[in-house]
Design a protein around this ligand. Structure first.
Ligand code: ADP
Length: 158
């Protein structure tokens, strides 16, 4: 059976930290679906379509990676694509506490689905989407925090 994982998140925007987690997970899974969870009442900082396309470009040459978006519960989305694993990244103890609650609730709702965590590499620990958004908002250069080739400017803000 194909081992399918989803990597859910808001990816607003996708960063080097996210890219690294996906690349490292590819030896464990046959397919990794990067899935942007969204809420139709709440637009992100960057448009959903833009976020999807940025990530598609990053993995254009990686046939094991798919990129999509979903609404509703992550476990429902997993079921709809036959994914048995939820991939998440951990940077700090604060991430652990947050992720622990989500993973335990997901497990209670859908016992067949396992959450799998990869610890970030030390150099990516301080990278997060919030900081990247702040830098973009103030016209700074974010190229060292996002995947190579990805271009973000202030004009991309919704
Ligand atoms: P969410 O809004 O669901 O927290 P994010 O887009 O912020 O979504 O993050 C998605 C996943 O990527 C989370 O598991 C988060 O902990 C992880 N992540 C975010 N930044 C990094 C990083 N620099 N290194 C490793 N994992 C990260």
């Amino acid at each position: 059976m194909e081992r399918i994982a989803i990597f859910p998140g808001s990816f607003d925007p996708f960063t080097l930290g996210h890219e690294s987690i996906v690349k490292r997970s590819l030896s464990m899974f046959d397919k990794v679906i990067i899935a942007i969870g969204y809420n139709s009442n709440k637009s992100g900082f960057f448009a959903l379509e833009k976020r999807v396309n940025w990530i598609k470009d990053v993995f254009a040459n990686e046939p094991k990676v798919e990129v999509t978006s979903y609404q509703g519960l992550t476990v429902d989305f997993c079921r709809s694509v036959n994914a048995k694993y939820i991939l998440r990244g951990l940077r700090t103890a604060a991430d652990f506490e947050y992720e622990r609650a989500i993973a335990q609730v997901n497990k209670a709702m859908e016992g067949d689905i396992e959450s799998v965590f990869l610890l970030t590499v030390p150099e990516h620990t301080p990278i997060n989407s919030t900081i990247v958004r702040d830098i973009v908002r103030h016209n700074g250069d974010v190229s060292m925090f996002i995947p190579k080739g990805m271009k973000i400017t202030k004009d991309d803000i919704v």
